[in-house]
Design a protein around this ligand. Structure first.
Ligand SMILES: *Cc1c(COP(=O)(O)O)cnc(C)c1O
Length: 385
């Protein structure tokens, strides 16, 4: 981070990349995010810490699309990545770069998923880590962090409170601060979602990308990636309209966008079951808003109940059990289509940022479905046939 407190971003010699690399060259390469290493900050291959992350499927969703009157609805499914969320991308690149610059111990606050990914990738790299998370963060992520051998601290508060504790620990114990946007490399990992979407669409850009937005690093990363691809001439034309999707219980970016502001205010008493997007004030809020304004995008808030309903709908119609954050992005797609903001023929990519199975308690199964007699009857039906 800059000493002035603002985030730093990495710049590349894009002229050089343009001269020396072509999309053809990628065909021979590993099917992980490291296939784009010229656009990533890690210099020495020996420092690349990998569990095979990246190149997640871009799946077409014809049934759900039909249900929303859309012809080209696609899901970038980040549920299929080590640690079960796209946080693995930021962790892979962030931990690799930390290793490259000689870090021995890193520290970070988290809402759960990032901590799990960073703790596990730190183990893979042989680094020590300290992770601070709210005590009501999903238990599964707590278990992942503890299993990795990290120092785990629980705080009776929000990620912003965890951040204050990390800030102090970093000063007192001279740790490497891996907080969102305090080091510039996590965003470089997350940016690979944008590179992959472009490559998977054969170097065409979609019309709209919807992204469940907490800290907003994924959205900033996708925007950065597409601009870099434009600069090296691999994609042309207008950038997709970027949509920041938040929860009604924590919607600082939406509020700022609605008011036409360039940064957001702290959201008091934030609450949502979509834990990954419970971020009351993002350090990079002005970058998120800038990306939305520059691409003629928008920001929209979704209530928890609609997320849960949509989660079931996606499972029923398409067989994919998405995370609540991803479900929020699908609800947003539905609403924006209803409002005519999205057109029927447009190519729309929804980010499902993680696997639904990391949230075992969000879906409440209807008790009737569990009634014993009924289950027995159904089994008998099957046997008799
Ligand atoms: C962290 C997280 C998000 C939000 O990502 P940002 O890049 O911080 O905006 C969305 N979904 C899930 C599942 C997450 O873990």
């Amino acid at each position: 981070m800059c000493t002035c407190g603002a985030p730093l971003l990495v710049n590349y010699d894009l002229e050089g990349v343009k001269k020396n690399l072509s999309p053809e060259d990628l065909k021979e390469r590993t099917n992980t995010l490291w296939r784009y290493h010229e656009l990533l900050p890690v210099e020495d291959e020996d420092n690349m810490v990998s569990l095979g992350e990246g190149m997640t499927p871009l799946v077409s969703l014809p049934q759900l699309g039909k249900d929303m009157s859309m012809k080209n609805l696609l899901m970038k499914d980040e549920g299929l990545i080590p640690t079960g969320t796209f946080k693995a991308r930021g962790a892979a690149v962030g931990v690799s770069k930390a290793k490259e610059v000689g870090v021995k111990e890193l520290a970070m606050p988290t809402n759960g998923n990032a901590g799990a990914a960073w703790a596990l990738y730190a183990s893979r790299a042989g680094l020590q880590s300290t992770v601070v998370m709210p005590d009501d963060a999903p238990k599964i992520t707590r278990n992942e962090v503890a299993s990795s051998g990290a120092n785990l601290y629980l705080v009776n508060g929000l990620i912003s409170d965890a951040g204050k504790i990390v800030g102090k620990a970093v000063k007192d114990h001279d740790l490497y601060d891996a907080s969102t946007l305090k080091e510039p490399y996590r965003i470089e990992g997350k940016k690979t979602m944008g590179l992959e979407i472009a490559e998977q669409l054969n170097w065409k850009m979609p019309d709209v990308i919807l992204y469940p937005t907490g800290g907003g690093v994924g959205l900033i990363g996708i925007y950065k990636a597409l601009n870099e691809l434009k600069e090296i001439g691999w994609v042309v034309g207008k950038l997709p309209r970027l949509v920041a999707v938040q929860a009604t219980g924590c919607a600082p970016i939406v509020k700022a966008w609605e008011e036409g502001k360039s940064d957001s205010e702290f959201w008091n008493e934030s609450e949502t079951l979509a834990f990954g997007i419970n971020v009351p004030k993002a350090l990079g809020d002005f970058l998120v808003l800038d990306a939305i304004y520059k691409t003629d995008g928008c920001a929209i808030a979704i209530d928890d109940e609609s997320m849960v309903q949509e989660q079931e709908k996606v499972a029923r119609l398409e067989g994919s059990f998405v995370c609540p954050e991803g479900a929020a992005a699908f609800v947003a797609t539905r609403r924006l289509r209803e409002q005519g903001w999205i057109q029927e023929e447009e190519t729309v990519v929804v980010l499902n940022t993680g696997a639904g199975i990391k949230y075992p308690d969000t879906v409440q199964v209807n008790p009737e479905m569990l009634e014993k007699d009924d289950v027995i009857r159904r089994v008998e039906n099957v046997i008799n046939k």
